[in-house]
Structures are given as C-alpha cells and as structure tokens.
Write a protein that binds this ligand. Structure first.
Ligand code: ADP
Ligand code: MG
Length: 698
C-alpha cells in the first residue's frame, strides 16, 4: 500500500461524509470518540453471530444451547408468593412459535431496552422446560435494529457494543459503508510484500473479516482479524516512535572527548571491580557521549546493581571535556547520599562538587554564583536544580536518578537549562521490560543485568499479624548482633483508615513496649531537612538501632550495616515498591532479611501477591507480576505518564502483539528513507505525535 495523499485523507475523513450518517448520528458517534472513517473501522464487534446456526422457535428442545431471533410480543412482571421472589417475563415470537424469556435478577435499564412490543431481539441461552412451555432463563440478549428482519441475508452478524441512541442495525450499516469506502482506498502501515514476509493477514482482509463482511462464520478467524487490527494500531505507534528516534539521532549534540584522565582514575580508585553489566553499560554511555548527537539513554538496573557508578563514569567524561553535569535525585536524602559518595570519589581527583537543595539559606547565593561562573563542574541536587534562578555556565550532561519519580515537566525543564545536553535517565526498573519497550520506545536502553559479587539475596518472609511475636524475635536477634533495622509504615501518623498503622505511633510502641534497651529513631517526609539528615546520619553511625520510617527511605538509601527491614501493612504497597524497600538491606556482605507483616492475608489475592516477594528477588519479574495485578495506569502513575490512547489494543493483554509490532516496525522502517518514514508518520496522523509527552521521557 502506498502512503499517498488520498489514502491518508481517508483516515481523517469525518464520519459525516459517509452515506447514512447525518449530523445527529455523527454527534452520537463523536460522543464515543468516533469522528473519522478510520476510527469507525476500529470500532470492532464484541462478538459475531452465526446466522446460519439460528434456530426457529418451533424446533427448539429443552436442554439445548441455542440462538434465535424473535420479536417481543408481550412482557410482564411476575411474583411468586411461595418464594417471595420477583421475576420478569418477556415473550418473543418468530413465525413458528412463542418462547418465554425469564429474569430473576435484572437491571432496570437492561429490561427497558428490551421491553417494547415489536423489538427484534437476538437471544442466546439454554432452553428449559416450564410446564408444557419452553423458556430460557437469563438469556443473553442483544437488541437488533427494528428494521431488521430475522431473515437478513448476511451469514455473519457482527454484534457491536451499544452506542447510545443508535440501534445495532444502524451501526452495522454505517460500519459496512465505512468498510466499503475503505476497500476503494485501502491504507495500512505495511506494503503487501511486508505483510507477506511476516505472514500477516492483509490489513484490508482483516478489516473486512472483523466486521463480518468477508466469508462465512468462523469465530477464530474473526477474532484473529481483530488481533491483526490491534497489531496495525501498534505498528502505527511503533513507526511513530521509530521516526522520533531517527530524528533525535540526527540532532546536533555535544561530542565529548572520551579520552580524558578522570574516567580511568575514577574507576581505578574504586574499592571494587566493576561487574560485567557495569562495564558494558559504561561502554555504552561513553560511546554515546563521544558521538555528536544528544544522548537520550535510559539506564535500567535492579536495586543495588550499581547504577550510580555508571552515571559517575559519564560525569568524568563530561568534566574532562570542560562541561558541567547536573545530577538530579528525587529526595534530599538521596541527593545528599549521592553528594557524599561523589564528593568522596572526586575530591581525590580534584573535581569540585556542590549540593543544591531547597532551604539552603544564605549559602544558596554563593552556590548559584559558582554554578553560573562554571567554578564547579558537578552539581548534585533535588528539583532545586530546575528552579529558574539556577543558571549553568556550560551544562553538558543531565543525569536523572529514579527518573520515574519526576514529572515530564520537571525533566524537560532540566534539559532546557542547556542547548541539547546529553541525558541519562536512571530507573530501578519499576517498569517491566515488556512495557518499557513501549513506554520508552524512543529511548536507547541500557540494562545492568548483573549484581555485584557477594551480594546475598534478601530472604523474605510474609507473616500475618498473629505471627508478630516471631517477627519481633527475629528483629531482636539482629539488634543483638549489632545490626540496624528499618521498620516501614504506610502512614506518618494516625488516620481514619481502619487497620493501618502509622510510623509516629509505632515508633513509641517499639521504643517503650518492645525494645526499651535499644534506640529507636523516627524518619518521615514531614521532618525538616536538618532533622532528617541528622537522623539518617545517626542511623548510619549506629547511634540509632531501629529506624522507624515511611517510604522516604524507599529510594537509594545505602546503609551497609542495616540487615533487616520490616514492612508493616505490607498489603498496602505495590510489589515494585516493596522490592525497592527491600533493596534498602542486603547492601553489606552479610545475610539480610525482609519481613512483610500483613494485617490480613484473608484475601487470596493479598497473600498470593506477597508470596511473590518470598519467591523472587528479581525486580524485573516482580514488576511483571505487579503489572498483571495492578494494571498499567496504576503502575506508571498518572502523573508521570498516561498511556498512549490505543483504540482497541490493551497494553497488558496484548503485550505480545506489541512486541511483535516493535520487531516488524523496526525492520520495516529501516528500509525507508527519511522522507518515506516522515510520509508514513504523516499518514498515520498525529495521534502519537509526541510520544515523549506521554512516555514522560522528555
Ligand atoms: P542502585 O543501582 O540501586 O542505584 P547503587 O549505585 O546505589 O545502586 O549501588 C549500591 C551499592 O553497591 C553502593 O554502595 C555501591 O558503592 C556498591 N557497588 C556498586 N558497584 C559495585 C561493584 N561492582 N561491586 C561492589 N559494590 C558495588
Ligand atoms: Mg540508585
């Protein structure tokens, strides 16, 4: 198929141009988001009826599963005095006899649609005997158009989901008209030769078949036609991403000198050897930076896999080329920790580093001056870095830690602080691989898939509330061995939510009633920075034994002697979040454990979910599970990224189709020239125009 103007046109042609669609119908379709002919094509049936298998009422026998078409003859409510039960009966007829339909539970709206004398119904269900009459109790019923006769000539009858105010027959006619027009000017992402090469059903064939306009009744074929249409939609999306990526790779960026002295010296000075994964990722980052196009890379690596070292390697390259680096972390605690580490590493190399955060008081001016003048090359901070009064001298590299914690705008603002800086996003894989391919489709992705040697898997145990004493005993044992313990709560203080514990109240409880002989500290997001800092520091220095806290400690915190983490109301957290929290321990060389205390494991789902934590330490696998259980929206969070507006594709259900679309689009677009690819994207329209806007990678 060619991507010529005509074909492109049809996709943007309003439904009102179709025969039989007046302004009233167009308005009703618009309310369902159907405005163009293409959108109408994607309004696919929910099921298909085999008209060939339709039965006449007089032929029915009790015990059979049947489909019939009949006209409503009468209807009435029923009352069974003996059972004190209400019911409803609708009697339908065809030209051979009468059949009774009965409901004992119903919604008013449903019956209201049905109960009009003369309404034609499509009915399926199991025939039963009631005295000498035949009946179907709780049949599946679809209202057909009034003008539709039970002897329509089509062999396949597509059934669409109800569109308010438009009868099925009308929908069917309109869609048929759209398909007819489409057949005269078909369009699709792939040319026929590509479809063949990938053994795909032709898109045109799929559209016709999905709407019951091609061939006889074959439910499997109809369903696979719909999947082919989902693939088409995903191909459009992926092709748009490919075009974006190609364009980004043509932009002019900084070509850093990668042969400077700092990188080698930094790596040689580390007290440990790099893992294979780190070696590879650093290679990828350095290669990117050496190229004259802006790096836009996502670095994924499980909690504790050592992403920071890779980011700092990139920092060395930028500094050696005379550029500044902005390293942004989502929390002050984390920014401070990065600052301490980098400062320690870089003071030996003679590279100045500053920390920029909120509430710096008088110091802020001086720090801002140093950044503006270029006196400090490395700036580590919270979102304080993106404030408007922060001006860089020569920003060359932007590093965003735990990037999913930032909104699109925040990341964009940091980027805008310079002309096309290189960008390195880091994430502890809150997003499973399959999904990241979609969400970050336009990024280059590096994965650290190895853990530093000697790391022990954190042993995880799920306890219900009645095993509390056991959990306490385990904690006590660790304390006796001189280890630190985190105890995490979903809330800072008391709330109205029943059954939820809070950090403030429980800190007192642990101190007074459980471990009076040990020192309990309390850390949460509402404390001011000074207090937070000093508490963290005291915990690090073993002046606090038990740190009762909220999820402020979720990201990045590194306290090697902390060996145990207890998470209360564990059922309230997402699995990926639990995994992040669990990653706070096991950072030293000794064994570590995580105790998930659930207030109730009554529901099957709750205990099944938490059991996953016992089974695996693989963040990717956990993210996949989380995705299955919680769904995409929940997992990505609405603030960071809405998902692209797919018409019929369901990202979770159809992730394998997306993967396939990805491979095909990658292969196909490679064969296209820049102009051809642009032409294709223009033909697709602007639905996925700025994937970065929704993927949140801007
Ligand atoms: P994350 O990927 O979760 O951000 P970090 O970068 O914070 O992980 O690293 C976690 C800890 O592991 C840090 O204390 C870091 O110094 C240490 N580390 C990093 N790389 C290695 C390595 N190759 N061998 C041993 N320890 C390492
Ligand atoms: Mg980190």
């Amino acid at each position: 198929m060619e991507h010529d103007e005509n074909a492109a046109d049809l996709r943007f042609t309003p439904v009102a141009s179709l025969k039989g669609v007046g302004p009233v119908i167009a308005e009703k379709l618009a309310r369902k988001g159907i405005e163009t002919v293409e959108q109408l094509l994607y309004f696919v049936p929910v099921r298909w009826v085999n008209r060939g298998a339709l039965r006449k009422i007089s032929d029915l026998k009790a015990g059979e599963d049947v489909s019939v078409v009949g006209r409503v003859d009468s209807y009435r409510s029923l009352f069974f005095r003996h059972h004190r039960k209400k019911g409803y009966e609708v009697v339908v007829a065809d030209d051979t006899g009468h059949l009774s339909l009965k409901w004992f539970q119903w919604t008013a709206g449903y019956l209201k649609q049905i109960c009009h004398k003369g309404t034609v119904l499509f009915i399926s269900g199991r025939v039963g005997q009631f005295g000498e009459f035949l009946q179907i109790v709780h049949p599946a019923v679809t209202v057909l158009a009034g003008d539709e006769s039970p002897d329509d000539t089509r062999t396949v009858l597509p059934v669409y989901s109800q569109l308010e105010g438009i009868k099925q027959g009308m929908v069917r006619n309109i869609v048929e008209e759209a398909v007819r027009v489409f057949n005269t000017r078909p369009f699709g992402v792939l040319p026929a030769s590509e479809e063949k090469r990938h053994s795909l059903v032709a898109f045109t064939e799929a559209v016709n078949c999905a709407h019951g306009l091609d061939g006889g009744f074959d439910e499997e074929r109809s369903a696979s036609s719909v999947r082919r249409m989902i693939l088409e939609e995903y191909l459009q999306f992926q092709a748009t991403l490919m075009a974006k990526k190609r364009k980004a790779h043509k932009e002019k960026g900084i070509a850093f000198k990668t042969e400077g002295p700092s990188l080698r010296r930094f790596l040689d000075g580390l007290p440990f050897g790099l893992t294979v994964g780190q070696e590879r990722v650093i290679g990828e980052i350095v290669a990117d930076m050496g190229r004259g196009i802006p790096m836009n890379r996502l670095l994924q690596g499980d909690v504790g896999s050592g992403k920071t070292v890779c980011a700092v390697a990139g920092t060395c390259v930028a500094v050696d080329s005379g550029f500044q680096v902005a390293f942004m972390a989502p929390t002050e605690i984390l920014a401070e920790q990065h600052y301490l580490n980098v400062h320690r590493w870089f003071s030996e190399l003679g590279i100045p580093v500053v920390l920029l955060k909120g509430n710096m008081g008088k110091q802020r001016r001086a720090v801002l001056d140093e950044i503006r003048s270029g006196a400090v090359p490395v700036i580590i901070g919270t979102h304080a870095i993106i404030q408007s009064d922060v001006t860089f001298h020569r920003l060359g590299l932007v590093i965003i830690d735990e990037q999913h914690r930032f909104g699109v705008d925040q990341r964009k603002r940091l980027r805008k602080k310079s002309f096309s800086p290189d960008v390195l996003n880091m994430s502890a894989t809150p997003i499973p691989r399959t999904l990241s391919m979609v969400v970050y489709g336009d990024l280059d992705v590096s994965v650290i898939d190895t853990m530093p040697e000697g790391r022990q898997a954190v042993k995880t145990l799920v306890f219900a509330e009645d095993k509390r004493a056991k959990a306490e005993a385990m904690v006590e044992k660790e304390l006796k061995a001189g280890h630190g313990v985190f105890i995490v709560y979903p809330l800072i203080d008391e709330s109205d939510t029943p059954g939820m514990r809070n950090a403030t109240g429980m800190a007192e409880h642990w101190q007074r009633s459980v471990f009076p002989g040990h020192r309990v500290g309390l850390l949460h997001g509402r404390l001011n920075t000074k207090d937070k800092e000093s508490i963290m520091e005291r915990f690090r220095q073993k002046k606090i034994d038990i740190l009762v806290c909220t999820t402020v400690i979720e990201v990045g915190i590194d306290v090697p002697h902390a060996t145990t983490i207890v998470i209360e109301n564990a059922e309230r957290f997402g699995l990926s979040q639990l995994h992040q929290l669990r990653g706070r321990v096991g950072r030293g060389s000794g064994p570590a454990s995580c105790i998930l205390l659930a207030s109730s494991l009554r529901t099957n789902l709750a205990s099944k979910r938490l059991k996953i934590m016992e089974k695996t330490n693989d963040g990717f696998a956990i993210a996949e599970e989380d995705l299955k259980i919680r769904g995409v929206g929940d997992m990505l969070g609405v603030r960071q990224s809405g998902m692209p507006p797919f018409r019929i594709g369901d990202i979770v259900r159809d992730i394998d189709i997306m993967a396939r679309a990805r491979r095909i689009a990658e292969e196909y677009t490679k064969t296209l020239s820049d102009d051809e690819l642009q032409g294709l994207v223009a033909a697709i329209g602007n639905r996925f125009d700025d994937p970065r806007e929704f993927s949140g990678t801007a």
